[in-house]
Design a binder for this molecule. Sequence first.
Ligand SMILES: Cc1ncc(COP(=O)(O)O)c(C=O)c1O
Ligand SMILES: N[C@@H](CCCC[NH3+])C(=O)O
Length: 420
Amino acid sequence: MDHFEYRDGMMHVEQVPMAEIAAAVGTPVYVYSTATLVRHVTVFREALGALTDPLIAFAVKANPNAAVLATLAKLGLGADVVSGGELLRALAAGIPADRVVFSGVGKTEAEMRLALERDIFQFNLESEPEAEMLNAVAVAMGKVARVAYRINPDVDAGTHAKISTGKSENKFGIPYDRALSAYDRAAQLPGLDVRGVAVHIGSQLTDLAPLEAAFVKMGRLIEALGDQGHAIRTADLGGGLGVPYDPALPVPPSPAAYGEMVTRVTRGWNVRLMFEPGRVIVGNAGALLSRVIRVKQGATQPFVIVDAAMNDLLRPSLYDAWHDIRAVKPNGKSTTANVVGPVCESGDTFATDRAMDHVKADDLVAFMTAGAYGATMANTYNSRALTPEVLVSGSQWAIVRPRPPIEALIEGDIIPDWVR
Ligand SMILES: Cc1ncc(COP(=O)(O)O)c(C=O)c1O
Ligand SMILES: N[C@@H](CCCC[NH3+])C(=O)O
């Protein structure tokens, strides 16, 4: 079976025909494994096995490819969306509207209207003015929106500052100590059915303690809201569980450990629990396949120049993120090198002083753990084409997003007559 797996402190690629895909599609290209996706969904679901009917809403932002979403839809997952575009993608892939939750601080009227038309399961509101706007839109449409407030618990998730969301200085959610008054006000709005609480403190969390601290606070809030006459029926605990990237670092808590903690902390809450996992489902189910263009000797160390760049995989430039880089056909030798792309920025660096497989021009390398926040964050900087995507399933594979023709890069812009 096709297979990416993290075990024995290493990423393993099995039965994924990387060389064949590279030859047929060209590089760089994202490659996803169906078997790994299925395994991750199964493991996550089993971890929550002690809960009654949890809603697992995949965070579409992590990987919005239609074939990936359709695979997850077939497995019964819902979707956590943050834009009208993500909502349409989720629905088009076969995720039913009654499993869709809409998060985000900047939902527009048009997005609210679209989500109300499609009758999604729940809106997670992030501010009082947003509640007023949604109420007005719903009333005008003769509808009632099911809502939760996302609470900012002011908990440090202990992850990279750019992917922390639960500190008071972050833009997300409403402050914990304003929750009671916000719920009181929202309960008076005829276009809202106030029924839930939500929390999400950040991504790539490698310690369960901050999550537990946030969830304990939510338990207290549910109780306080109940005392004040608000019947809370859903609690959305967000996503955030980290995945292994660097074999030298301790392995993050397992989904099983996370599920055990959630089951223990939420005992007696008497709500339907919701989850928004992204990275833990798709991260290690994908790799970015790239070819070495040439190896250049710098003043102090070799630069391995690959045909993928920061526009294809932004995480190393943006967050100093570490991705395992492996030769697809290792020659048994190793080296220490800087791995860089062709983009005209010094920040277009995937790895510095990296001990890695020895590679030469034309060799294929795989950037591992690239299934989450990879292709979805790609862009066309330096007029480079968007990265194509391939899905492998058993012995078959298919292009699930083709490489656009190079000509497409110069289409779209308009030169007005008065410029010519
Ligand atoms: C509201 C919300 N839900 C879910 C996620 C998914 O997080 P992760 O991919 O870390 O599981 C995010 C991203 O951090 C998010 O902002
Ligand atoms: N894009 C980030 C994760 C952001 C999570 C969304 N709130 C990453 O690549 O790690």
